[in-house]
Design a protein around this ligand. Structure first.
Ligand SMILES: [Fe+2]
Ligand SMILES: [Fe+2]
Length: 361
C-alpha cells in the first residue's frame, strides 16, 4: 500500500464508525468538504425581464391577490439560483412584486431588513411605512425597516412593479433564525404623518431629541437602532451621479458609484446586512476583480455584458443577475448604463473578513 493514500489512512474501523454515529459526530476530514458548500455552489446567473414579466402575467391570471394565503398576499416572482431552493443567493433575497390598480398588499411587519426599488412606478403608487405614504416613482428606493408596519397600495390606473430586497436567506438559511412576522389588524395601516415627515427627520437640521427612531419596538425593543423609513428619490441620486461623472474619476471596478447611506448615520451600509449602490457605467469596460462577497445587480437602464469567470451575462433594462463569491468579473456597457448593485459585503466587514483582489495576469 502506498504511504500517501489518505483515503486508506483515514478509513475508520466499523466500531469507531458506529461510536461516532451513535453520538452524532463526524471526523473533521469528512465534514470539511461540506463547509461552505452553499457558497461554492452559487452560480453566476441572469434573469431576463421578458421572462420575469411572462411569469408575473401568468400568476396574475391564475391567482387573484385576495385568494393568496394570509401573510403571502402579494404577487411576487422570485429568481431562484440553481444552487438554492428559495432565493437568488444565500444572503440576499430579491423578488419582483406587482400590484394592479386598486389593489393593496396588506399591512404587516417583520424582523428582516427590507427595501423596495421601484421598477415601474407612479406618484399614486404608494408604499406606506411607519405612518407615512411614500410615492413610488421610477427607480426610487424606499426602506421598510425592521419591525415597522408597511403596506402597498396602488391608487394609480397602471400596474406597478418593484424589487423587494430582503436579507431573508441570511436569516433563515445561513443563521437558521426566524423572521418574526405579524399581520396588522387592518388591511391598511392608518396614515398618521404628512408626506416628507421621515425625510425631514434626517436632514442637516434634526430634532433636538436624541433620535425620533432610536430603537426597534416590539420583540426587538432596545436592541439597536434600525435603519429609518426613508425614500431615496431617483432624481436626486441621478443628479449626484452626473455631478460625479462630470468632475471625478470613476471607480475602476464599478464605474461612477454611489452608496445609499443609512440616513441616521450618513454612512453606508444602508442595512447592517446589505449595502446598495447606484452605478453609472459610461467609461468603457471596468477592470476585472473578485471578492468574497456576493453581488446582485438590477439593470436600471442600458445594455451590456458582465463577464464572470469567462461566462458572459448579457443584460438589458430590468434584467437581474448575480455575481457569486470569488467570481472574477467586469462590466462592459454598450454605451451608458445604470445599475443597482446589491451586496452582502457588510456581513463580511462586520467579521473583518472581507477580501477583494484583481486576478493575476
Ligand atoms: Fe414585508
Ligand atoms: Fe465586484
Amino acid at each position: 500500500m502506498a504511504q500517501n493514500e489518505p483515503e486508506e489512512l483515514l478509513e475508520l474501523s466499523s466500531n469507531t464508525r458506529s461510536i461516532l454515529e451513535k453520538h452524532g459526530l463526524r471526523p473533521l476530514w469528512e465534514v470539511e468538504d461540506d463547509f461552505g458548500n452553499v457558497i461554492d455552489d452559487l452560480q453566476a446567473d441572469i434573469w431576463k425581464w421578458d421572462d420575469i414579466q411572462t411569469v408575473i402575467d401568468s400568476i396574475e391570471q391564475d391567482v387573484p391577490i385576495a385568494d393568496l394565503p394570509p401573510g403571502f398576499q402579494r404577487r411576487v416572482a422570485v429568481p431562484i439560483n440553481a444552487a438554492f431552493g428559495n432565493a437568488i443567493s444565500n444572503t440576499i433575497y430579491v423578488g419582483v412584486q406587482t400590484v394592479s390598480p386598486g389593489e393593496t398588499a396588506p399591512a404587516h411587519r417583520h424582523g428582516a431588513n427590507a427595501l423596495r426599488f421601484t421598477i415601474d412606478g407612479h406618484e399614486d403608487m404608494k408604499t406606506v411605512v411607519a405612518g407615512e405614504e411614500f410615492p413610488m416613482e421610477n427607480n426610487d428606493l424606499i426602506t421598510t425597516p425592521q419591525w415597522e408596519w408597511h403596506d402597498h397600495v396602488n391608487d394609480s390606473d397602471e400596474t406597478a412593479a418593484w424589487l423587494d430586497v430582503l436579507d431573508l436567506p441570511l436569516i433563515l438559511d445561513s443563521m437558521n433564525a426566524k423572521n418574526v412576522f405579524e399581520n396588522h389588524e387592518l388591511e391598511r395601516q392608518p396614515v398618521t404623518k404628512t408626506q416628507g415627515y421621515w425625510d425631514s427627520q434626517y436632514g442637516r437640521a434634526r430634532s433636538a431629541e436624541e433620535s425620533k427612531h432610536n430603537s426597534i419596538p416590539g420583540p426587538f425593543d432596545g436592541i439597536r437602532e434600525a435603519t429609518p423609513p426613508y425614500r431615496f428619490r431617483w432624481s436626486d441620486v441621478l443628479k449626484t451621479l452626473h455631478q460625479r461623472a462630470d468632475n471625478d474619476e470613476p471607480d475602476p471596478y464599478d464605474g461612477y458609484c454611489l452608496s445609499y447611506v443609512n440616513p441616521a448615520t450618513g454612512q453606508p451600509p444602508l442595512f447592517p446586512t446589505m449595502s446598495f449602490r447606484a452605478q453609472l457605467l459610461n467609461n468603457g469596460p471596468t477592470d476585472p476583480h473578485f471578492h468574497n462577497a456576493t453581488e446582485v445587480y438590477f439593470v436600471i437602464e442600458g445594455e451590456g455584458v458582465t463577464h464572470v469567470d469567462g461566462e458572459a451575462l448579457e443584460w438589458g433594462q430590468w434584467d437581474i443577475f448575480v455575481v457569486p463569491p470569488d467570481g472574477t468579473h467586469h462590466h462592459e456597457p454598450d454605451d451608458e448604463a445604470l445599475l443597482l448593485g446589491m451586496t452582502d459585503r457588510p456581513v463580511f466587514e462586520a467579521f473583518n473578513f472581507y477580501a477583494e483582489a484583481e486576478p493575476s495576469t
